[in-house]
Design a binder for this molecule. Structure first.
Ligand code: GLU
Length: 272
C-alpha cells in the first residue's frame, strides 16, 4: 500500500493540511503502507521555494516523515514522455481559449477541430470521450462521474506552459504506482477524470480513493493558506505543541470526541 501527501507550495501549512496528514499517515500506518511526499509545484507562478521550505519544516516539526519526496518541477521529462504516449492513442490539440471564451467549468470543445499550431501562449487539451467512471470511495461509498459532461476535453498544459493539476497528478500517481489516494472531499469531482486519464495513459487498475471531510472556517469557507489562527506557523509561534496541533486537527475533523494531545507516531490508532 502506497499513498501520498501532496501539498502545493503556494502558502503555509494550516490545520486543513494537518487533517489531511492525519488521514494519509494514519491510514498508511494502520495498513503497514508507505507515504510518498510530493511537492505539487506544477503552477510555477503561484509556487514559492520559501513556502516549500516552510511546509517541510512544519511537517518535520509535527513529526510526519518528509522523505521519500520529490517535486513536480524536477520531473519535466516524465510529463513530456506521458504527453508523447498520449498523442499516439488520443486526440491532443492546441487551444487558444481564454477563461472568458470557456465561460464555465466545462470546456465546450471550441478548438477541437481547429488544428491550431502548438505555439507558446496556447494550451493543450485531450479529447474526453463520453462515458461514466464508477468507483467506491473509501468513506463516501459508490460514486459515478461523467468527465465529458463535467469538464469536457481535459486541459493538459495551460497557456503559460504549466502542466495542469489534473495531468500532473494523474501521471505522478500512475508512475509512482500509488495504490491509495487520500485527500479532501473538495477534490472529489476530479476523481472520475483522473481515473479516465490514467486509463488513457495505460494504467490498468485505478488506485483506490478516499475523500475525507475538509475543515471550514467560521463563515463556512475552506481554510485558506493565509488563515491566520489555523496556520501551523502561527500556532507554533504562540507556543502550542505539535501534539496539541495534531489533537486539535483530529478533533476539528471529527476523528476524536475531545481535543487531546496526539503524537504524529500515534495517528494510525485512529484508523485501526
Ligand atoms: N496539491 C493538492 C492540494 O494541495 C492536492 C492534490 C491531490 O491530493 O490530488 O490541494
Amino acid at each position: 500500500m502506497l499513498t501520498r501527501f501532496a501539498p502545493s507550495p503556494t502558502g503555509y501549512l494550516h490545520l486543513g493540511h494537518v487533517v489531511n496528514a492525519i488521514y494519509v499517515w494514519g491510514i498508511a500506518r494502520a495498513r503497514a503502507g508507505d507515504v510518498l511526499l510530493r511537492i505539487e509545484d506544477h503552477d510555477r507562478i503561484r509556487s514559492r521555494p520559501e513556502f516549500e521550505a516552510a511546509i517541510l519544516e512544519d511537517l518535520e516539526w509535527l513529526g510526519f516523515a518528509t522523505s521519500p519526496r520529490y517535486r513536480q518541477s524536477d520531473q519535466d521529462e516524465v510529463y513530456l514522455r506521458a504527453l508523447a504516449a498520449l498523442r499516439h492513442t488520443h486526440h491532443v490539440y492546441a487551444c487558444d481559449c481564454s477563461r472568458k471564451d470557456i465561460g464555465g467549468e466545462r470546456y465546450p470543445g471550441r478548438c477541437r477541430d481547429r488544428h491550431l499550431a502548438e505555439t507558446p501562449g496556447r494550451g493543450l487539451r485531450v479529447v474526453m470521450a463520453p462515458g461514466i467512471e464508477r468507483f467506491v470511495d473509501g468513506r463516501l461509498g459508490p460514486q459515478e462521474q461523467s468527465p465529458a459532461d463535467q469538464c469536457g476535453d481535459l486541459l493538459l498544459r495551460d497557456r503559460d506552459g504549466h502542466w495542469s493539476y489534473q495531468f500532473a497528478v494523474t501521471v505522478d500517481d500512475y508512475r509512482d504506482q500509488v495504490t491509495h489516494v487520500i485527500r479532501g472531499a473538495d477534490l472529489l469531482s476530479s476523481t472520475g477524470r483522473q481515473m479516465r486519464l490514467a486509463r488513457m495513459l495505460g494504467r490498468a487498475e485505478p488506485p483506490e480513493f478516499l475523500h475525507h471531510p475538509i475543515l471550514l472556517n467560521a463563515s463556512g469557507e475552506k481554510l485558506s493558506k493565509s488563515s491566520g489562527d489555523s496556520g501551523v506557523r502561527e500556532l507554533r509561534a504562540a507556543g502550542v505543541s505539535a501534539e496539541e496541533v495534531i489533537g486539535r486537527a483530529a478533533h476539528a475533523a471529527g476523528l476524536i470526541d475531545r481535543a487531546c494531545l496526539m503524537a504524529a507516531s500515534d495517528v494510525g490508532t485512529l484508523f485501526d
